[in-house]
Design a protein around this ligand. Sequence first.
Ligand SMILES: Cc1cc2nc3c(=O)[nH]c(=O)nc-3n(C[C@H](O)[C@H](O)[C@H](O)COP(=O)(O)OP(=O)(O)OC[C@H]3O[C@@H](n4cnc5c(N)ncnc54)[C@H](O)[C@@H]3O)c2cc1C
Length: 435
Amino acid sequence: MNATATSSLQPARDARQSAGRYSGWRLFLEGLTGQRGWPQAWAKATPRPRYRVVVVGGGGQGLATAYYLASEFGITDVAVVERGPIGLGNVGRNTTIIRSNYFRPENVRFYDYSLRLWAGLERRLNFNAMVSQRGTLNLFHTEAQRDLFTRRANQMRLLGVDAEAVSRGAVRALVPLVDLDNGRYPVLGGFLQRRGGTVRHDAVAWGYARAASAAGVDIIENREVTGIHRDGKRVIGVETTRGAIAADTVCLAVAGHSSHLAAMAGLRLPIESHVLQAFVTESVKPLLDVVLTYGAGHFYVSQSDRGGLVYGGAIDGYNSYAQRGTLPMAEEVAAAALTLMPALARLRVLRQWGGVVDMSMDGSPLISRTPLDGLILNGGWCYGGFKAIPAGGMATAHLIACGTPHPLAAHLALERFAAGRTVDERGLGPFPYAH
Ligand SMILES: Cc1cc2nc3c(=O)[nH]c(=O)nc-3n(C[C@H](O)[C@H](O)[C@H](O)COP(=O)(O)OP(=O)(O)OC[C@H]3O[C@@H](n4cnc5c(N)ncnc54)[C@H](O)[C@@H]3O)c2cc1C
């Protein structure tokens, strides 16, 4: 390490030391003194020319990977390189739902591990991420759907994960605004996972960034990776908008930009980028205290602590890197919302945005080595990488530190596509619009 690099670390260390622990007493004191004493949450690091691990992408997955590398595996020579500010990617754009109600046993185990990590996360990070295990309720509308949900619930229970069948009457009591008898898709019942719920999405990014920084990770914002350096079949670092950074291991955790970044290294991934939209209504008094999903269309909704209804639907259905979304899908999602809960027609939509999701060809994510030595991939999260941030970060850190897959994520390797062992949760085949 050269002298410049050493001295440039000093401010970062100072900020790390002063971040301290949040406490009720501190909150009280800051309230009396105008909230002026808070230090910056994470250090603005000055990059070094070389790291043991460079994580590309400062979203939830990248930050969690860096945090667990430092805190679980003692690897602190780590940089997270993010092209914008922390939290503006999908980690801060999603509809905040966490759950583990999957069908495939390996998926149930992986996502339930995440749910268990969420439950203790705020204490561990010393950051209020508003983890709210308020329950997720999936509605069904046909006998065939009842069979599918029952099968899924049985599978989960056999694996020791909570799932409950809910009668029509119980659905009425849980969500009185639902029109159970609507002519086209009457509600027959539901399937409840009480430990599912929501987490305040951007607080997750901030909490992990703060904890990773305090553990010694350099978080480098506003620096885009523009190339990946190789020496034959080995990746040796990245090129960025402000110079090269060498690394023993480069980990791509760039969500919707996975195929773009992999192409820089000469790899073609089984991933397509699609836009997924989210919507928030004006705030109203509490009217929905579970996460609700509609079974006759793609629509899911929860009520935020500020009172707005946060909802979303399916991907727009064409490849794009624009974080906007189109009106036809906004209309389709609104139509599903009103079929389910006609009273919502009186609410105004305040905000709408899009995120670029990395749709894999079997609907399951990738936490994997690649054909290139020193290049690790965390991606292919489709609709669901937010709930998987703790488990995804832990499993990716494990893969980097130990060189072997985490036992709960071994099924997520890239080789599965070549070997014909796809993890196709719903048997829909390689069609992103169908996932
Ligand atoms: C509208 C919407 C709703 C969703 N709802 C849910 C939900 O309810 N529950 C759920 O589990 N999941 C949900 N998801 C999916 C979830 O948000 C993502 O799967 C997950 O956030 C992806 O991981 P990430 O947080 O690391 O991604 P991101 O936050 O997108 O992180 C990737 C980062 O890489 C950076 N990057 C890209 N290219 C470069 C480069 N060249 N150089 C440096 N940095 C780069 C980006 O700027 C970005 O910050 C939703 C997604 C969207 C869009």
